[in-house]
Write a protein that binds this ligand. Sequence first.
Ligand code: NAP
Length: 254
Amino acid sequence: MYEQFSLARRVAFVTGASRGLGYAMAEALGRAGAKIVINARDPVQLAAAAERLRAVGVDAKPRAFDVTDEDACKAAIVAVEREHGRLDILVNNAGANLRGPFLDYKTADFEAMFRVHLQSSFVLSREAARGMVARGFGRIIMTTSVMAKIARPNISGYCAAKAGLESLMRQMAIELGPKGVTVNAIAPGYFLTELNAPLVKDAAFDAMVKGRTPVGRWAEPKELGGPVVFLASDAAAYVNGHTLYVDGGLTASF
Ligand SMILES: NC(=O)c1ccc[n+]([C@@H]2O[C@H](COP(=O)([O-])OP(=O)(O)OC[C@H]3O[C@@H](n4cnc5c(N)ncnc54)[C@H](OP(=O)(O)O)[C@@H]3O)[C@@H](O)[C@H]2O)c1
């Protein structure tokens, strides 16, 4: 591997990594040499995911908790730093989607979207950044979405939370950049994961994705591997406050 992309001796923590995009990013970071701690709520699925990662040679450990639980977030960062002596890379990826028409969208659902995408990333980033700043090195990467920039019906809470996360990323980038910590976002387009299961099954939606995305297809989760390794690596030392769209050209299209 080109040495600038090596993550040897790095420690990475990826939330929402028992499946889907988080799992794929954890695998890529691990294959690039980092020690990995993965998170999700379901401890059984998470342990199985860590086992699958170890089976392909990735040094992976599970840490099950709900990212909307502030105390659990704080305890997780402390535990990772105690166990590994450092935390270099944080990927704030855990997420979900609550769908519904705007006119009927529940305030509780809007708040849930805010908590799982935005507030959890704020808390984990703040806790992780303290140690990163003290050590003079850190990489924080947010999984946002093309829906931070464009919109479609029935996901008002999701769109607003992802746009807020992108704004938080930029704010952190300017405040932490001078202290050796870069902060960036990956904005995926349409990926084949459980999150999108209802959409994949919908023939009209499937046709819309294939028609609207210039590369003409859904993406596989492993297609986030290269982007996340790049942003976590020395190769991206001067990339800060940036959103990397991994969307097959969707947002370049009208
Ligand atoms: N798939 C796409 O096309 C797409 C596009 C743009 C952005 N994204 C974003 O990418 C991220 C991952 O999505 P995905 O498609 O990989 O979804 P997914 O397949 O549903 O996986 C979500 C992961 O997050 C975990 N999770 C959910 N809520 C959590 C919580 N409160 N605390 C801790 N872990 C939690 C899940 O495990 P548990 O259920 O066990 O907690 C699971 O590991 C999300 O932020 C999503 O918004 C996805």
